[in-house]
Each structure stands twice: as C-alpha cells, then as structure tokens.
Write a protein that binds this ligand. Structure first.
Ligand SMILES: C[S@@+](CC[C@H](N)C(=O)[O-])C[C@H]1O[C@@H](n2cnc3c(N)ncnc32)[C@H](O)[C@@H]1O
Length: 381
C-alpha cells in the first residue's frame, strides 16, 4: 500500500510539473515532462501490470494545444502497442506544429514503428537547418542503433533477471531517476549508490514491492567508507549493475571493488559497453547521447583476466556487458590499476563495426542468446 501511494505521489509530482510548464508557456520543457509521464505509464504497465490511466486522464485535462493532445494520443497508442497509430498521431502533431521538438517526437515514433528511413529524413533535415540541435542528433544516432542492435532495451534484460531469478542482493552504481532500480522484486535486498540521487520518495520510478537502500555518495566513497558485507546483509551480492560515472578508469575501479564481494555465481553487468559511433564514445561529453569511454574496460578485462567470462550484448541503446566467473581472490587488476588506466586511456575506438564487435566480444545472434545459460540453474548459491 505504501509503495502504491509513493507511485501515485510520483505521478502527481510529474503532473504538477506539466501544469507549471503549461502555465509558463515553456513548451520544450513541457514536452520533456510529458515524455517522462508517458515513460512512467509504460514502465508500470509493462513491468508491473499496473495501469495508472487516471494520470493520463489528468494530463489530458491540463494540455491546451492541439499538437500536445495529439502527442498524448500517440503516447496512449504506444501503451497499447499500437505503434502504427502512435506514428500517425505524432505525424499529425508535427504537421500542425512545425517546432523542432514535434518533428523529433514524430521521428522517434516513426523509428519505433520500424520506419527508420522516414525518421532519419526528418532528423537530417533538422540537423541541416540547426546543426547544434541535440535532439535531432540523438534521434539520428538512435536510428543507427535501431538498425544494428537487438530490438530490446537494457531494461528488458534487467527486468528478466529480476523476474526469472531474483537476486538476493542487487547492487546498482548510478541510480539517476531510479528506473533500473525500480525493477527489483520483493525478495531482493537492493542497494543504490549515486551522489546525485534523490531520496526514495522523490525518485521518478519506484518498485511497487521493493525498498532500496540508497547511498548518496560516489561509488569510491561507498566502498571506502562502508562495511559492504553489513550493508548487503550477506557475504556476496548476486547481481551488480555498473552505470555510474562513464569513465573507463572509474568503471575499472567499480569492477575491482565489486569483485571483492562476488560469489561463485555472481554476475556484473556494465552498461554502455557498445557505443554506436566514435562521437558518443569519448571521455568528455559533448552530445546528449553519450556512452563515455566505458567500452575500454572490455578489452582491458579480456586482456588481463582471461579467467573471466565476458560477453557484450547489443541491447538498445548502448549495449550491456555481462561478466561472470568472478574471482574475489584475484588481485591482478588492483595491482596493475595505474598502468592499465594509463595504457587503455590511449586505446583508439574502432570505427569499423566488425572490428568493434571483435574487440568488445559482441554476441550478435539474438536467437542463440539464452539468459538462463548465465544464471544459476538452481538459484543463487
Ligand atoms: C546513466 S545514469 C544511471 C541510470 C540508471 N541506472 C537507469 O538505468 O535508470 C548515471 C548516474 O550515475 C551517477 N554517478 C555519476 N558519478 C558517479 C559515481 N562516482 N558514483 C556513483 N554514481 C555516479 C550520476 O549521478 C547519474 O545519476
């Protein structure tokens, strides 16, 4: 009951933001808040079978502009998996309001409906007129991803793990609005570490059945200052997800720190291991769509730790590396940390897709991937 109340509060907060942006006439920000509400509705419906249609109805009452009402209709169709109808509504919105954000929203619905050519045309046109338009660039990169990656996003992988084989302890580095953490089930003790995260009641997403322990500190501070075994309530974690600071040397440290608390079946997932192009794969962020140089940790681990099993899975939008056969008694990474950080800092990003897939050990064959092969068949030990 307490959880459902919290989720309802989250929806009210987002509705209040939409109302405030409508009052201010800040349409770009308003579209962002509407997008968040649509994503929250989709999240609870698809992962938790929870329908919060009342929030959708409240949003409709707030919106004034016909184009916004059409975008709302597109969002509603998306909830119902009517992607063709969603694209039609978004297209109609872009016809009556030629503002760039409506064009980009229409492009994203075309892409989700499989019409990548159309989506790309719209964004290329916008980018020609406004080369600095980050929304158009982000959507263009998403089109490139949609053509190469599996048609599944990384939340679907996390959701499947939590559903099929709920970890007893789940550690997440990098919580942000709480979306990935909100996939945890009742059986799991979940720990979320993020210096910028909000208190649980202020996260945008909350699990309807799990109360995470939140640490508002950096991952380095967490491992340096906390008794991790005490925090976990066990000797080992089962699943850890690294999605914090997207710098190679930081991710390597996060991996080293986590491995000390791994059991025989534990897995570590690393987000952003497969960048779509060189522009997003750099250490210093200059684009909205950004992975940082996290990818370097994969060739580094492949080279120094042949005892680990490492595969990179092309989940939308930037891949997930799955690592198991962890060994808490191995100290080689810690011993060689400085030289590894220095050596891999200069590694060139492979522009060629095939070369990239080889370097990052990408498993492209979706039909041949079976998550159960990577989870303990008799439950976590
Ligand atoms: C991409 S977001 C996480 C998204 C989230 N895991 C999800 O999928 O819904 C990255 C987060 O990492 C956090 N972060 C940045 N530096 C960090 C650090 N040193 N330790 C832990 N978290 C960090 C940021 O504050 C940000 O909220």
């Amino acid at each position: 009951m307490e959880h459902l109340h919290r989720i309802e509060e989250n929806f009210h907060r987002t509705l209040n933001s939409i109302q405030a942006t409508v009052n201010e006439g800040n349409s770009a920000w308003m579209n962002g808040c509407m997008g968040l509400l649509g994503d929250m509705l989709l999240f609870y419906r698809s992962n938790w079978n929870l329908s919060e249609d009342w929030a959708y109805e409240e949003m409709i009452k707030i919106l004034k502009e016909p184009a916004d009402l059409l975008i709302a209709a597109a969002m509603d169709c998306e909830q119902r998996l009517w992607s063709e109808a969603a694209a039609q509504f978004a297209n109609a919105a872009a016809l009556i309001n030629t503002g760039s954000q409506y064009q980009i929203m229409a492009a994203s619905y075309y892409r989700k409906n499989g019409n990548i050519k159309n989506a790309r045309e719209v964004c290329l046109g916008l980018s020609m007129q406004q080369p600095e338009n980050q929304g158009a660039l982000c959507e263009l990169f998403s089109c490139d991803v949609a053509e190469r990656f599996w048609p599944l996003d990384y939340y679907e992988l996390l959701a499947e793990i939590h559903h099929k084989s709920p970890p007893r302890v789940y550690i997440e580095i990098g919580v942000a609005s709480g979306k990935s953490l909100a996939l945890a089930r009742s059986q799991t003790r979940s720990l979320g570490i993020d210096p910028a995260t909000a208190a649980q009641e202020h996260l945008c997403y909350n699990s309807p059945e799990n109360n995470p322990q939140l640490y508002k500190i950096t991952s380095d501070d967490f491992f340096a200052s906390r008794d991790v075994i005490k925090e976990m309530g066990r000797l080992h974690f089962d699943v850890a997800f690294i999605d914090g600071l997207h710098h190679f040397d930081q991710v390597l440290r996060d991996f080293i720190n986590l491995e000390k608390y791994a059991g025989p079946d534990s897995i570590i997932l690393i987000h952003d291991g497969l960048p779509i192009n060189a522009r997003v794969a750099v250490r210093d962020r200059s684009t909205w769509f950004w992975t940082g140089d996290v990818w370097k940790v994969i060739p580094c681990l492949l080279a120094v730790r042949p005892d680990l099993e490492i595969i990179t899975l092309p989940f939308f939008p930037s891949g997930i590396a799955l690592i198991r056969r962890l060994d808490p008694s191995s100290h080689i990474l810690e011993r060689q940390y400085d030289s590894l950080a220095q050596h891999f800092a200069t590694l060139e990003f492979p522009d060629d897709w095939k070369e990239r897939c080889t370097m990052l050990n990408v498993h492209m064959d979706q039909a041949a991937f079976n998550l159960a092969d990577y989870l303990p068949s008799k439950g976590w030990s």
